[in-house]
Design a binder for this molecule. Structure first.
Ligand SMILES: *[C@@H]1O[C@H](CO)[C@@H](O)[C@H](O)[C@H]1NC(C)=O
Ligand SMILES: *[C@@H]1O[C@H](CO)[C@@H](O)[C@H](O)[C@H]1NC(C)=O
Ligand SMILES: *[C@@H]1O[C@H](CO)[C@@H](O)[C@H](O)[C@H]1NC(C)=O
Length: 485
């Protein structure tokens, strides 16, 4: 039964998922929702969608953890509303602000269901969202089951499906999206198969409660916000667990334009948290984080003794194992000088895919300034025309983008001002020639892991040149896409 043409992959997933049958003895779930100063409508929408779309026999309870919100509507009014809604909703209030991570830990300790399911307080779960997650956790106790996170527009509240991608991270310790291998989409039957993922995007997942506890829950030393998704990802993989995205489970999430709230102390909880995570889990690879974020090397990260002891007790694997086996796509700067600078005459790069690289804002493509590209040719934006030669960039296994034989997109010292990207002899060193597609809110950018920056055109007289800038969605010019052929 072929799926419809329009939006084919998504509808194919939906129609195949709807036909799935799940076992009748699934475990019961405690749904844990933590919030701080959440809007009434979004919080209530989250709770109602869970009640409406979760079979009663699978819902053990809903635990709402209020991280000491100040807003008036979240006080008595909320308690009364929930009281009348369902007998198995528990609302707990933390006496003072603990931050998202400690609030989640609190919720996990209050909950008594066999499986814990963490949700954010601004979600809308979709039809048959829970069954596939519970089925996975029931079959494999070691697995954290993660739904696909669809997007709810924070302005219009429109619901939009996300494409299937898996999670990675960059050396600045930020979450990134990774493409699935092309052949994942070759066979329609595989569309609904769970996808192993090196990291998870945020805090939406299902896990066996006992196993979560055995593996060290969350790091209670993490402050307000940030880094906990990488922490739990590294820890579970390195210590015998697994992370899988379940395409049949879909949860809509309201994406906000800005970080909703700051830390109580006003500090940068994200950077401090990342340092804790890196110091406990990343071994020597922490040096690459410090290269991208020099300030991280000297930051106060608190006491990590308990987490290091945990890592020893659980006999967790080294970070090198994680990179090699679980996240081979990751670029390791400098480390493996994949090929020598002088390529043998018959050298053939292994190509993963190729196509013109189009700038979304201008509709122009990355081309060489010289009609026949040579070494040191500057790069610019020109009209896209597949018929023309020298428009197709091939991605090599070493993360290079090759335009003509042995000439690759090279950031140069593009980190310096007025030094532009140009064509350099491909060196396989994964430094100034390494490019990774990073995706945020559907925007693709070309990210260079060594510098921690993104490719961005700048106007130079009447044309564009390419330079490296801090990755930000605010710079519309930095959005590119490869038109695959
Ligand atoms: C509340 O939870 C208990 C324990 O799981 C269950 O026996 C009971 O049926 C639940 N009540 C409702 C209304 O779902
Ligand atoms: C750090 O934590 C460990 C274990 O939690 C504790 O034994 C130790 O005293 C702490 N060190 C400091 C300096 O507080
Ligand atoms: C890019 O890949 C295509 C298809 O494999 C190939 O025909 C072309 O020669 C490659 N381009 C370069 C510069 O090697």
């Amino acid at each position: 039964n072929r799926c419809s043409k329009r939006n084919r992959i998504y509808f194919c997933i939906v129609c195949r998922c709807q036909a799935e049958k799940y076992r009748s003895d699934l475990p019961k779930a405690s749904i844990i929702i933590c919030f701080y100063n959440e809007a009434w409508s979004t919080l209530i929408r989250t709770v109602h969608s869970v009640l409406n779309r979760t079979p009663a026999q699978l819902l053990h309870e809903i635990v709402l953890v209020d991280d000491a919100s100040e807003l008036a509507h979240l006080q008595a009014k909320l308690a009364e509303y929930l009281w009348s809604l369902h007998p198995n909703i528990t609302l707990v209030r933390l006496p003072d602000r603990q931050g998202l991570i400690r609030a989640r830990l609190y919720g996990a300790h209050v909950a008594t269901g066999e499986v814990l399911v963490f949700l954010d307080s601004h979600c809308e779960v979709n039809k048959q969202w829970l069954e596939p997650l519970l089925a996975k956790v029931a079959d494999s106790r070691r697995t954290i089951a993660i739904p696909v996170i669809d997007m709810i527009n924070s302005g219009t509240f429109e619901y939009k499906e996300s494409s299937l991608v898996k999670g990675g991270f960059n050396w600045g310790m930020h979450y990134t999206w990774e493409h699935l291998p092309q052949d994942y989409f070759k066979d329609e039957r595989s569309y609904i198969e769970p996808i192993e993922t090196p990291t998870m995007a945020g805090g939406l997942f299902a896990v066996n409660r006992q196993y979560f506890r055995e593996k060290g829950e969350y790091d209670p030393g993490l402050d307000t916000w940030g880094g906990e998704n990488l922490e739990i990802s590294f820890r579970f993989w390195q210590c015998g667990g697994r992370l899988e995205i379940i395409p049949c489970s879909r949860v809509g999430h309201v994406f906000r334009q800005r970080r909703p709230y700051g830390s109580p102390g006003g500090g940068d909880s994200m950077l401090r948290n990342s340092v804790r995570v890196a110091r406990v889990w990343m071994d020597d690879y922490i040096q690459y984080f410090f290269q991208v974020q020099p300030a991280a090397a000297s930051i106060d990260y608190g006491n990590i003794t308990a987490r290091i002891d945990l890592r020893k007790k659980l006999e967790c694997k080294p970070f090198q194992w994680y990179l090699r086996i679980i996240y081979p796509e990751q670029v390791i700067p400098d480390k493996d000088h994949g090929r020598s600078r002088n390529l043998p005459p018959k050298y053939k790069a292994k190509f993963k895919r190729g196509g013109p690289i189009k700038n979304k804002e201008t509709g122009l493509c990355i081309v060489s300034e010289d009609e026949v590209p040579v070494r040191n040719s500057l790069l610019t934006l020109g009209s896209c025309d597949i018929q023309k030669k020298y428009q197709v960039w091939n991605e090599t296994e070493d993360k290079e983008l090759m335009l003509v034989y042995n000439l690759c997109l090279d950031a140069q010292d593009g980190m310096r001002k007025n030094v532009y990207a140009k064509l350099g002899k491909c060196d396989g060193m994964k430094r100034t020639q390494a490019w990774v597609w990073s995706i945020k809110n559907y925007v693709y950018q070309l990210y260079n892991p060594t510098s921690g920056k993104c490719l961005a055109p700048v106007k130079d007289g009447d044309k564009y040149h390419l330079t490296l800038e801090i990755c930000t969605l605010n710079n519309k010019l930095s959005a590119f896409m490869m038109e695959e052929r």
